[in-house]
Structures are given as C-alpha cells and as structure tokens.
Design a protein around this ligand. Structure first.
Ligand code: CUA
Length: 314
C-alpha cells in the first residue's frame, strides 16, 4: 500500500469550480502581497546593516527620534493592504458559501471513518459522490459521531461536519472527471482513511447513475451468491450494513445496495476487487486498524460465497 494509492488528494492550486477558483485566487494574491512586503522589509534591513555598519574611527552616528512623514506613510500603507485583503476575503466568501434557504441536492454525513451520501430520490452510497457537471449542488453536511471535515480541494471550501448540526457548502465541477478529497479534521485513528471520491459526469450520465442507485439491490442468482446472502444474515453483517430490498435500513456502516459499483473499499484504503475484498473480509483490522468492522474469522469457503453475493450488488 502506498501513500499515493487510490486515495491521493489533488492539489488546491488546480481549482475545477468557480468556488475553488475564488479561494485559490485569494491565496495567490495574499501570498503575492506578503512576498512583496517580505522582500521590501528584509531588503531594507540588509541594506541598513551594510550601509550603516560600524566602521573603524566612525564615532557615534547622528541620533534621530521620530519621522512623522515616514510613520504616517507606513501606517496608511499597512491599513490599505489590510483593507484590500479584507475585501478580497469577503468576495471569496460570497463566491464559495451558499445560501442555506433551499433544500439540499445531497446530504453528506461523516462517520468514523467513512462518508454516507444520500440523494433526495432515495439513492444512498458511501465515499463516492457522483455529481452532474456545470451546476452548483447544495450539500448538507452532518456527522453521526464526532467532528469531521468534508474537503475536496479542487471543488470548494472545507466544511466541518458537526454532530447535531447542519452545515452547507457548494459542490460543483465544470469538467467531467474524478476529484479526490479527504477528511480534514482529526477524528480518530483512521482519520487518514476517510477519503472522498467525487465523480463529475455529464447530466444525462448522472441522472442514469442516481436513478440506478435508488433502485433496490439485485437478488442473488447463483447458488454461491444465495449461500453468501445467508452468511451475510447469519454473521450479523446486516446489523450494520443495509442492502435495500434485502435487509432493513441501517446507517451504522456503508449501505451495500450497489456496492459492486464502487471503486474502493474502506473509504479509499483499497481498490474494490476480488483479491482486496478477500483480504478485507479475512481481517479488516489488518487493513484499517481500528475500523469498527470486526474480524469474523470466516472460512475461505464462506468468503468465496460472500464475494459471490457482494458481486451481484451492481
Ligand atoms: Cu473524519 Cu477526520
């Protein structure tokens, strides 16, 4: 496993939405003005040190106390710079913060250590958010346990998810593609593995995806998948994981109704394929230490059946 595995986070400096561009712009301008001030001040200090250093036989220099013109100039200049930064900041806040007086387009709920994602049409997924390109989506951000922070650097601002409270942010991408994000507030042992994958796609593709995600799960078709579903019930997987159309709804762990469609497991810790899923089912604690999923000590045959059943969840 590498640090730059399936969950590496993209830089802040390649914004892909007007909201993120506004923030990157404030940063760049602030950095520029601070760099100019730094060079000016450091340059003057170095110049004074060289020009007015003590020389042999130089004696006491001329003593000065106060220079009204100079003092007024640097006070006024500092105020102007601060006012300019204030205006820039307020403009970026207006660009990146949404109103909260309309119904949200999706809800994101932080959990230790994964993201629950719910759409108004009933679609529920985890860690992977699909959005249509070119429109502002209003995200309602909440938390099921502790404070997390939802952050997809290329698409917008950070937003804290706080238990018992709803925060709102815009999510938007102008170009189709995948945008990676992460939890940005320390929230426990596996804080680093709370990755977010935003898939932006043309509106028609998004509509098809969200429609499909709202449908109940496909039933098991093969004998192995039928056995797998029975194991799912017997091993109490269904106490935490919901599969719509098969089990009762639960919000403790990721909904698995369309699990096979997802690219990663464990909130980005592994790519979703048969080998990795086998490793995960064998001992999730070895992959993601502290994860709330216990190791069930499943036999190889049981794991194979579970895999067959999970694979049908397209
Ligand atoms: Cu959730 Cu850090």
């Amino acid at each position: 496993m590498t640090l730059h595995g399936p969950g590496a986070v993209d830089p802040v400096f390649s914004p892909a939405s007007p909201q993120a561009a506004a923030l990157a712009d404030v940063f760049a301008r602030t950095l520029l003005v601070c760099a100019v001030i730094f060079i000016l001040v450091a340059g003057l200090i170095i110049w004074c040190m060289l020009r007015y250093r003590r020389r042999p036989g130089g004696g006491e220099p001329k003593q000065t106390a106060g220079n009204e013109k100079l003092e007024v100039t640097w006070t006024a200049a500092s105020i102007l710079v601060l006012v300019w930064l204030f205006v820039l900041t307020v403009r970026a806040m207006n660009a990146s913060d949404p109103p909260s007086d309309r119904p949200p387009d999706l809800a994101v709920i932080g959990h230790q250590w994964w993201w629950e994602v719910r759409y108004p049409n009933g679609a529920v997924t985890a860690n992977e958010i699909h959005i249509p390109t070119g429109s502002n989506l209003l995200v309602r951000a909440g938390s099921a346990d502790v404070i997390h922070d939802f952050w997809v650097p290329q698409l917008g601002r950070k937003i804290d998810t706080i238990p018992g409270r709803s925060n709102h942010t815009w999510l938007r991408a102008d170009e189709p593609g995948e945008y990676l994000g992460a939890c940005a507030e320390y929230c426990g042992a596996e804080h680093a593995w709370m990755r977010i994958r935003v898939v932006a796609e043309p509106p028609e593709e998004f509509a098809a995806w969200v429609g499909h995600q709202a449908e109940p799960a496909a039933g098991p078709a093969t004998p192995a998948a039928i056995r797998g579903e029975a194991i799912f019930r017997e091993q109490t997987c269904l106490n935490c994981h919901g599969i719509r159309g098969v089990t009762a709804e639960t919000r403790v762990a990721p909904d698995l109704t369309h699990f096979a469609d997802r690219e990663t497991i464990g909130a980005g810790v592994l790519t979703n394929n048969v080998d990795n899923l086998t490793r995960w089912l064998k001992d999730p604690q070895r992959i993601k230490r502290g994860v709330h999923m216990p190791s069930f000590r499943l036999t190889t045959a049981e794991i194979d059946d579970l895999l067959a059943s999970l694979e049908t969840l397209q």
